[in-house]
Each structure stands twice: as C-alpha cells, then as structure tokens.
Design a protein around this ligand. Structure first.
Ligand SMILES: [Zn+2]
Length: 122
C-alpha cells in the first residue's frame, strides 16, 4: 500500500514541482485509513466520485511551486490508478458490499415522533 508521500513523489516525477505541491491531495485520499486501517478504507474516496470531490475541495487546477498549472483531477486519477490499477465507480464498490438486514431497516415515522406509540421517547 503506497503512502501519500510516495504518491507525492510519483506526482513530482510526472509533473514536476515538489512533494508539498501534492501531499495534501494524497493525504486527503488516504485519510479514510483513520476509519479503517486496511485496504477497505479506499471505498470512501478511491473512485470517480472521490476524484471529483477532490476537485470540489481543492479547486479545478493546482498551481505547482514551479508555476505549472495542472488539473486537480489528474492528481486524483494518478492516486487511484496507482492504488487500484484503474478508476472504479462508486457502484463498483457497492457491488462488493454484502447487504445486511439492518441496512434496509426503517422505523415508521409515527413511532419515532409519537412517544406514546411505542417509539423513541424524547
Ligand atoms: Zn490511496
């Protein structure tokens, strides 16, 4: 599993600049390791929507210390490709989730809002 620093070194080799120009983007992609420490953490951000989310958070372009400007998505695409070999959609991840009964469970709204109906009391 590549560390964000190593992804950043790869970015420098590809587009120039320095590690600090890229580290915050690669850190964001792998921040989900704080939630789950194995490769499954990638389900949160390592897909096409995650790459677009990075663009929303960090802007459409990235200006390197060298002055070069490049699309932020290129860095996200590089990260995901280096980890997975391709860019999956979130649907690809969802297909791998085994449904459990609690995931589809719903409480009638009447029970939640009315404590006398046997639901959650305030
Ligand atoms: Zn990663």
């Amino acid at each position: 599993m590549a560390h964000p620093y190593h992804h950043s070194l790869s970015s420098v080799k590809k587009w120039g600049g320095c590690v600090a120009d890229y580290q915050f983007i690669h850190d964001w992609f792998d921040a989900s390791k704080a939630i789950i420490a194995d490769f499954r953490h990638r389900a949160l951000r390592h897909h096409a929507e995650g790459i677009f989310m990075a663009e929303t958070l960090f802007g459409h372009t990235l200006t390197l210390s060298s002055g070069r400007v490049l699309p932020t998505r290129w860095v996200g695409e590089q990260h995901v490709r280096e980890d997975l070999g391709f860019i999956p959609s979130f649907a690809d991840w969802v297909k791998a989730i085994r449904p459990e009964p609690w995931m589809g469970r719903a409480q009638p709204l009447r029970k939640i809002l009315d404590p006398f109906a046997g639901g959650i009391a305030a």
